[in-house]
Design a protein around this ligand. Structure first.
Ligand SMILES: CC(C)(COP(=O)(O)OP(=O)(O)OC[C@H]1O[C@@H](n2cnc3c(N)ncnc32)[C@H](O)[C@@H]1OP(=O)(O)O)[C@@H](O)C(=O)NCCC(=O)NCCS
Length: 410
């Protein structure tokens, strides 16, 4: 088998092979599937070919930026379009592509990569760990506790909302660059968030509200009229209002948008997508049980390729020291690191001191953004704590400025 990078000429065969691997037929833009493949960059794709030259496997990366705790932006190749034809599975094709890809990313100077997993059982063996989580919150409108907004909605006179701003409803097609601007400001402060490259918005490549699927968008503006939040949504015939995403870095704006959506007439329930566990929205409902959590799952998986660089890149919020003994079975590596944090900055050097924690690189990926407590993985038997208090020390050290969250689909 050969694994080779692709060129522009390979686009059709690459896209055909991915579709065949997933068992899909291409959707048209009108169906809302999105022209996801138009965002592919062919010099970032790989094809696996049989000895007689038939394509059987695909993998690619997008050039994203990831926000680490402490509002640090770092390059984060986003692994995507991973597929192997059903006829060629369980023969090591994916393993070979992963090895090729991780080696190439390292050679390119990357210290981490990220992905979304179609199945949670695939990527742990390649060193990826689930680092952010997502879920849905379904609120029965008649039990919604957020007081109905008294504001009027009109296209020419935006409705006033209690926080001093306004909310206006636009059709997706009339939003111009508002969504891109608001998203970009939001993702720079939110740990775990990924950039959405400008070309994605231009190509309408992705899921709603990036894709051309019809949507309404509630746009929140501050007192000066500057857009600072939005929620994109649709209402189906069963009177369910489904919110694709609510984007803002300001909790008061989130509340104003949620209040607005929950006050919709002719709607029986509101389904908020991408509300991770622990999100304040559920706590804002006077009747805690009016909000039903479902679809709780992993979202962004992180793979560290250079442990010292990754650990010194993020911001830290408690001083302390930890000796980490890290195994990387897939790449056949082992390292013992002394992590020292002082005043928000980390130093990470090789050491032969006795370890506080022994862990695999996928578990380090899972705790890296502060979204998974090290003590949870100790209790689960993934991480070994060599001292009684080491897990609590690691919990305090790895905690982020705010819980990491990612809602970009790729
Ligand atoms: C997931 C997929 C790419 C795996 O490709 P593959 O070439 O069969 O994988 P490999 O043969 O390299 O498997 C490596 C190991 O992972 C395991 N594995 C692979 N896919 C798995 C899955 N879906 N669930 C559980 N284990 C899996 C294999 O059993 C093998 O284990 P072993 O080393 O103990 O024998 C392929 O099944 C596929 O295309 N699935 C549909 C599309 C998809 O889900 N893509 C992933 C998008 S995120």
């Amino acid at each position: 088998m050969e694994i080779r990078p692709t060129t522009d000429e390979d686009l059709d065969v690459f896209v055909d092979t991915v579709h065949a691997a997933f068992g899909y037929f291409p959707e048209t833009p009108v169906e809302g599937g999105g022209l996801w493949w138009s965002a592919l960059e062919m010099d970032r794709c790989l094809l696996a070919l049989t000895a007689d030259g038939r394509p059987v496997g695909t993998a690619a990366t997008y050039p994203f930026e990831l926000t680490l705790p402490g509002e640090t932006l770092v390059p984060a190749p986003g692994v995507t379009a991973v597929g192997v034809l059903p006829s060629h599975r369980r023969q090591g094709v994916l393993s070979a592509m992963m090895r090729h890809q991780l080696t190439a990313l390292r050679a390119d100077g990357q210290f981490l990569s990220v992905l979304l997993a179609s199945e949670a059982s695939i990527y742990g063996r390649f060193g990826y760990g689930p680092a952010t989580y997502t879920g849905r919150l379904t609120v029965q409108r008649h039990r919604a506790a957020l007081a109905p907004a008294r504001a009027r909605v009109s296209a020419d006179a935006p409705a006033p909302v209690p926080d001093g701003g306004t909310i206006e409803v636009l059709r997706r097609a009339d939003c111009g660059e508002i969504l891109e601007d608001v998203y970009d400001r939001y993702r720079r402060t939110q740990p775990g968030a990924l950039s959405r490259p400008h070309r994605w918005w231009t190509l309408r490549a992705g899921q709603p509200p990036i894709s051309p699927a019809p949507r309404y968008v509630a746009v929140h503006r501050d007192a000066d009229g500057v857009p600072d939040g939005y929620a994109s949504y649709s209402i189906d015939k069963a009177r369910t209002l489904t919110v694709d995403e609510t984007i803002t870095g300001d909790d008061a704006v989130f509340t104003a948008l949620a209040r607005f959506l929950l006050a919709h007439d002719l709607v029986s329930q509101v389904v908020f997508h991408h509300v991770p566990p622990g999100h304040p929205l559920r706590w804002q409902l006077a009747d805690f049980r009016a909000g039903e959590v479902s679809g709780d799952m992993d979202w962004l998986w992180v793979r560290l390729l250079d442990v010292p660089r990754a650990l010194t890149a993020r911001g830290w919020f408690a001083d302390g020291e930890l000796v980490l003994d890290v195994e990387d079975p897939f790449l056949g590596e082992h390292g013992r690191h002394l992590l020292t944090v002082r005043d928000g900055k980390a130093d990470c050097v090789p050491t032969d001191r006795e370890p506080d924690l022994s862990l695999h690189v996928n578990d380090l990926g899972a705790i890296y953004l502060g979204g998974t407590a090290p003590s949870t993985l100790v209790r689960a038997g993934h991480i070994r704590a060599h001292r009684l208090e080491a897990a609590a020390r690691a919990d305090a050290l790895f905690r982020a400025d705010r819980p990491p969250h990612c809602l970009h689909w790729f």
